[in-house]
Design a protein around this ligand. Structure first.
Ligand SMILES: *Cc1c(COP(=O)(O)O)cnc(C)c1O
Length: 433
């Protein structure tokens, strides 16, 4: 399989280059040159397949020959160590729980797949690979934990100071070993800008084997398509299925649309956001107007300039009418997010995290006018955002053991201004240690 840049379809590279570069040299994002439609028998057997079996089939189509079947089996095994159950919460509403991984958010899927794939490439190349990752909270923890102690890898996590939850912060600042946390005095967008600038900097590129673990990396997206197939299979429903995706950088939605292009019968997607509603705004007005992000209670979605928008446009070949016929926008205020959490809890006892709550509310609104069955992605465990959840529900949230263990560590981070020249002069000191 070759991968092209969204900025120039003639720029094509192999899997290894696409994964190691992360961002294409022309600033575009890599996309597989084909999205092969899976066989009829695959779709018929979906309800019986395990998540690993589905992962193998889908990845095998998307990765091509650069990874052998045996290597792919081991990558899938490293990636999928946990389930993604579809849980009924109301008559026509189902929660696809993506938080059963080690850091309790869906980002474990992408991060673990990427770590396994990069470990494989670093090993082949016999060189230490440095992973730069900007995070609004959950990416950092998923990536740091996926790469922790992986030989031949070093991770630098850039996060906005004071803008991630305490638990999120603990998950990537307490690990030590090959993980370093940079606390940036700015916003998530500043962190993302520094990472992008590093990749485009010829000096850094020349001296270090640098790569990215952000959702701009195509290897993050591929495993995120697995659970759309799996969720659909568990639903066992022949009528129109709609999936609501609580979104920030829009990697998850991109992966869902890729699954649809590979033949999965999803009628429609709902692009559900918090007040950072650039994409719902685009779907309403045709104008894409990125802006500075605002802080909300669903902070992992506080993104003002979603990087995967280029991929969404690419998937629809810039055809607005096709895009807007398959994807519906929705945005929830913090007050609505709270109400969503309260209503579903009162009616069913189900505890949502604030991100899943945005997805649920988008779905609920949609189904009111368009009857059918719907799935929303529950992207994080409520304990990860327990302050918000306890504030909304006035009941204590139980915290799983795998989250508690992070609380015992000591925070280690390096405070830095959001200035590329500062970052650039600091980086070599770390990498030559
Ligand atoms: C990252 C994240 C999102 C947003 O996902 P994107 O792929 O960036 O749109 C939603 N919910 C949670 C809990 C997240 O961590």
């Amino acid at each position: 399989m070759k991968f092209y840049s969204t900025a120039n379809k003639f720029h094509r590279v192999g899997l290894r280059e696409a994964v190691i570069q992360g961002l294409a040299p022309d600033n575009g994002l890599y996309m597989p040159e084909q999205l092969p439609v899976l066989s009829k028998s695959f779709f018929e057997s979906l309800p019986k397949l395990t998540l690993r079996e589905i992962g193998f089939e889908v990845a095998n189509q998307l990765l091509g020959k650069e990874v052998s079947s045996a290597q792919l089996h081991s990558i899938i095994e490293h990636t999928i160590q946990f389930d993604a159950p579809l849980v009924p919460v109301e008559e026509d509403i189902f929660s696809l729980e993506l938080f059963h991984g080690p850091t309790l958010a869906f980002k474990d899927f992408g991060a673990r797949f990427l770590a396994a794939l990069l470990g494989h490439f670093a090993n082949e190349q016999n060189q230490v690979v440095t992973i730069l990752v900007a995070t609004s909270g959950d990416t950092g923890s998923a990536v740091a934990n996926a790469f922790l102690q992986v030989p031949g890898t070093r991770v630098v996590v850039l996060y906005p100071s004071g803008k991630v939850s305490e638990i999120q912060e603990q998950q990537f600042t307490t690990l030590g070993a090959n993980i370093t946390a940079l606390e940036i005095e700015g916003t998530f967008d500043d962190c993302q800008r520094l990472v992008k600038a590093a990749f485009l900097d010829p000096d850094l590129k020349h001296s270090f084997f640098l790569t990215s673990a952000n959702s701009i990396n195509i290897a993050r997206l591929i495993p995120q398509s697995f659970y759309y197939f799996y969720g659909w299979g568990q639903l066992k429903y022949q009528g129109p299925v709609v999936i609501s995706v609580p979104s920030g950088n829009f990697g998850n939605l991109t992966a869902g649309i890729m699954a649809k292009k590979m033949g999965l019968a999803i009628d429609r997607f709902i692009a559900s956001t918090n007040m950072n509603d650039v994409v719902p705004g685009y779907l309403k007005t045709k104008a894409f107007q990125p802006r500075t992000s605002v802080a909300t209670i669903s902070n992992a979605m506080d993104v003002g300039n979603p990087s995967n928008f280029a991929r969404l446009l690419d998937l629809y070949q810039d055809d607005f009418s096709k895009f807007s016929s398959e994807v519906v926008g929705f945005s929830a205020s913090d007050a609505e997010t709270m109400i969503a959490m309260q209503e579903i809890y009162k009616a069913t006892g189900y505890v949502l995290d604030p991100h899943g709550a945005v997805g649920y509310w988008g779905l609920k609104n949609y189904l009111r006018k368009n009857p059918g069955k719907g799935i929303f992605l529950e992207t994080a465990h409520p304990a990860k955002f327990f302050q918000v959840v306890e504030n909304a529900l006035q009941v204590p949230v139980s915290v799983p053991d795998r989250l508690l263990k992070f609380r015992q560590g000591t925070k280690q981070s390096i405070l830095m201004k959001p200035d590329f020249s500062v970052f650039k002069s600091w980086l070599p000191s770390l990498l030559t240690q």
